[in-house]
Design a protein around this ligand. Structure first.
Ligand code: PLP
Length: 355
């Protein structure tokens, strides 16, 4: 019997939603309601026909597609097997035992796991009304803080803070603290908050922006994310990133999807339309739903017992939402926005519960 390193013995593995039986419909993982770009699917199929070669370790085509679309210096883009890999590598590169990583009260759960894996301390800054609060983050950081993570828009809340607030955070934080702005849902918020400003923060120093192709591009299964980094950060991270991290078909599919902005925009617009209708219908039932800037909504029930009952009844109708107990929000369920007919089924069950 071999023992894992002591800090690993103390942490639990990362838990995803329990989907149980295979005929359940998942509204639990924030995947896209709609299919990826047809050109991505076609090119991915073609790329599977010659698997004997290793992938491009520079992700050259993908990086230039991202650079063209977002008007970014492609030499400062890094790609990962999902933005999850980039989050993990950022922490492994810049934090270790005795260092602090600061996130927010309801920030993305994997950040805590990744910090624990390096034996760093993970601290949570309070949120106000399920929204990130810059002053609380500033009160939480200490001289031991190496990295601050802000998920904007937030998961599981869906809420967002303005560019001015993010910029104030950067200005006020000590220059040697790395600020990571996780924008896995950024495309759903681009009409609300100009993404150009967020990427400009990276030029101002020690700031990173991560994005994902799992959400608005409908490519969760191929595992591709990317980030925009200061040059010196990319140099250090390259040493830690696995050199062959993204397979050939995944790079080809992600590049084609990135070049098909029209398709991505149509996924975003259709999702937002369904989200807004569903959120309004939930509010009409007396449920509290914070304004979301993502492809999911957080539904707050009058009590944790009613939320648990809603979860039971939804599962009885084969619909699985994400329970929020682990986030300290047991009175909430998070619903990924799916096709209209599925959201209608979900709403019918919620009507029954609230009657
Ligand atoms: C806030 C946030 N960041 C990052 C990720 C990781 O996404 P991926 O690794 O699929 O790019 C997720 C996934 O749900 C997320 O919700």
């Amino acid at each position: 019997m071999i023992n894992a390193r002591p800090h690993l013995e103390r942490i639990a593995g990362y838990a995803l939603a329990d989907l149980g039986e295979s005929d359940l419909i998942s509204l639990a993982q924030n995947e896209s309601a709609f299919e990826a770009s047809p050109s991505a699917i076609d090119e991915g199929k073609a790329a599977c026909s010659s698997p004997e070669r290793y992938p491009d370790t520079e992700w050259s085509d993908l990086r230039s597609a991202i650079g063209d679309v977002h008007q970014l210096d492609s030499s400062r883009i890094l790609c990962g097997a999902g933005s999850m890999e980039l989050i993990n590598v950022i922490i492994r590169t810049f934090a270790g035992p005795a260092d602090e990583v600061v996130g927010t009260e309801y920030g993305y759960g994997y950040v805590r796991t990744a910090a624990s894996l390096t034996d760093a301390q993970y601290l949570k800054a309070k949120e106000i009304d399920c929204t990130v609060c810059v002053d609380e983050i500033l009160n939480t950081v200490s001289p031991s803080t190496k990295i601050v993570f802000v998920c904007n828009p937030g998961n599981p809340t869906g809420t967002m803070i303005s560019h001015d607030e993010v910029s104030r955070l950067r200005r006020t934080l000590s220059e040697d603290v790395l600020l990571v702005i996780d924008q896995a849902y950024g495309e759903f918020a681009d009409d609300y908050n100009d993404p150009v400003h967020t990427f400009e923060l990276v030029d101002q120093g020690n700031t990173v922006v991560t994005r994902s192709l799992s959400k608005a591009y409908g490519l969760a299964g191929i595992r591709v994310g990317w980030g925009y980094f200061p040059k010196d950060v990319t140099t250090q991270m390259r040493k830690v990133l696995s050199p062959n991290n993204i397979s050939v078909p995944a790079q080809v599919m992600a590049t084609a999807a990135m070049r098909d902005q029209k398709h991505m925009r149509s996924i975003v617009h259709r999702t937002i339309e369904i989200r807004e209708r569903f959120a309004d219908d939930c509010r009409a039932l007396g449920l509290d739903v914070p304004q979301s800037h993502t492809n999911f909504v957080l539904i707050r029930f009058p009590s944790s017992e009613i939320a648990a009952e809603a979860d039971r009844q939804l599962r009885a109708h084969k619909l699985v939402l994400r329970g929020m107990g682990p986030y300290g929000l047991a009175e909430c369920l998070r619903a990924t926005i799916c096709r209209q007919d599925i959201m209608d089924r979900c709403l019918e069950v919620l009507k029954e519960v609230m009657r």
